[in-house]
Design a protein around this ligand. Structure first.
Ligand code: SAH
Length: 440
């Protein structure tokens, strides 16, 4: 009888990359993916706690699994990610006793397979397959996960984070910065390419610090050069960069290597120097302006994404205005705007009162969102009539859905098969979040 696994994934792309490692293990042991939790023999929750709202979602999902588990005692429920954290989470175990296994972020499939084996959940045949997986570890690709239709795959290159932004829980949850060896990363990417993946996104909490934790280690620029050689991979992206580590060598490398897309994700977080200092970001608003200028000078047609937190403790109206001014001046392609959420065990939560009222945080978020939407509509309208390269990722409600090298979402209708192919698309309509076009 076929056994099934079901994944519920919240949060950052790192969680998707982590989930894939577990999926590989399960598939090697003969499990198949299902999108129905009720049908699954193993359920994995990939959790996020970057903001309170994400954490609450994970509790909600865990609670909703209880009746399924009560009906089926053989069901195995595993929880992974930042809700568990690198040090484990005892109160979580007490609160959700029906969870079988808690795994820290970036755990590979081995502990789950070992658990299944110990609890006789694996048949003889599956156990043999699982053993083979253990030997082959390192060749971390996937098989039927996402039905072999994955066009774009995230690949972790640095785990953890050693920067101490005062608002952020990630260093506590994911541990200190650890870069993976180039050889391991290249092997994973070759395996992905062999299965039809065309685009990879290199991931790290501060991806431009890649290699800095290893004496004489290669840096991100060197890593980009190394994986540029992998046949079959057509596009390379990386995220998230911290402004302090985006040096000229990296910018030049992006400009030079044809597979590396002209798209940079580099969060500003705020436009006011006092707020930036309280956040412990390590740069000023002017440093950020100069960085954007340097990137734009060297990489033609680059698109840039940023993250912003509004309502950080003590943020005055004038300080918020400086963030509005920064965004209005720089006219970036994307701004992910979040309301400050105090996170346990962070410096900000311990030492700075969360003194911007919720309605005010919401007003600031909406003000920035509206400003950004207006600007992006204008930025995107410049694509009208242009023909762009679109790597098609999926079929979405009768339209092909893909992205430009600059990470703009494009839809087009066409009777031909485009999944995983690059189409030349002439843009006919643009909005703030997507574009429509025609393939030639
Ligand atoms: N390492 C990246 C950020 C990764 S976390 C960097 O250095 O910028 C993703 C985003 O979540 C952050 O950029 C930040 O904007 C947001 N975030 C993190 N902690 C938060 C908090 N406590 N409240 C609200 N947003 C937060």
């Amino acid at each position: 009888m076929i056994k099934y696994y079901h994944f519920w994934i919240e949060g950052c792309q790192m969680n998707y990359a982590d989930a894939r490692q577990v999926a590989v293990a399960l598939e090697r042991a003969g499990y198949r993916a299902t999108d129905q939790a009720e049908k699954a023999d193993v359920i994995l929750l990939e959790t996020c706690t970057v903001r309170r709202s994400a954490e609450d979602k994970a509790y909600g999902r865990l609670t909703s699994l209880r009746p399924i588990k009560e009906r089926r005692s053989d069901l195995v429920i595993a929880v992974m990610g930042c809700l568990v954290g690198i040090k484990g989470n005892r109160s979580l175990q007490a609160r959700f006793p029906y969870v079988d296994l808690f795994m820290p972020p970036s755990t590979d499939g081995a502990p789950l397979l070992a658990y299944l084996q110990q609890h006789d959940a694996l048949s003889h045949e599956q156990a043999a397959l699982a053993e083979r997986y253990a030997i082959q570890d390192g060749d971390r690709a996937f098989s039927a996960y996402e039905n072999g239709q994955m066009v774009s795959a995230p690949v972790a290159v640095v785990y953890g984070c050693s920067h101490a932004c005062t608002f952020c829980q990630i260093p506590n949850k994911r541990g200190v910065e650890r870069s993976r060896p180039v050889g391991d990363i290249a092997r994973e990417i070759r395996a992905l390419a062999a299965q039809g993946v065309k685009e990879i996104t290199l991931l790290g909490q501060i991806v431009d610090r890649y290699g800095k934790d290893v004496p004489d280690g290669p840096n991100l620029a060197a890593l980009l050069r190394a994986i540029h050689e992998v046949d079959g991979i057509q596009r390379i992206r990386f995220l998230t960069s911290h402004p302090n580590w985006m040096n000229d060598e990296l910018i030049e490398t992006v400009a030079e290597l044809p597979k590396v897309c002209e798209h940079i994700e580099v969060p500003a977080q705020a436009g006011d120097d006092e707020v930036l200092t309280r956040m412990k970001r390590g740069y000023t608003a002017d440093d950020y302006r100069r960085l954007i200028e340097r990137i734009r000078e060297r990489i033609p047609n680059v698109s840039i994404a940023t993250d912003i937190i509004v309502g950080f403790p003590g943020e005055s109206e004038a300080q918020f205005q400086r963030t509005c001014d920064l965004l209005a001046e720089l006219r970036l392609d994307v701004a992910h705007i979040a309301k400050y959420s105090p996170r346990p065990q962070t410096v900000a939560e311990r030492t700075l009162p969360d003194d911007v009222p919720p309605e005010e945080k919401e007003r600031r978020r909406k003000t920035l969102d509206d400003l950004q939407a207006q600007m992006v509509s204008e930025i995107n309208s410049r694509y009208l009539g242009q023909t762009v390269e679109v790597l098609v990722e999926s079929d979405h409600k009768g339209k092909w859905r893909g992205r430009t090298r600059t990470n703009k979402l494009v839809f087009f209708e066409d009777s031909r098969e485009w999944q995983g192919e690059t189409a030349e698309v002439t843009i006919k309509w643009t909005g703030p979040w997507s574009m429509l076009g025609e393939a030639s």
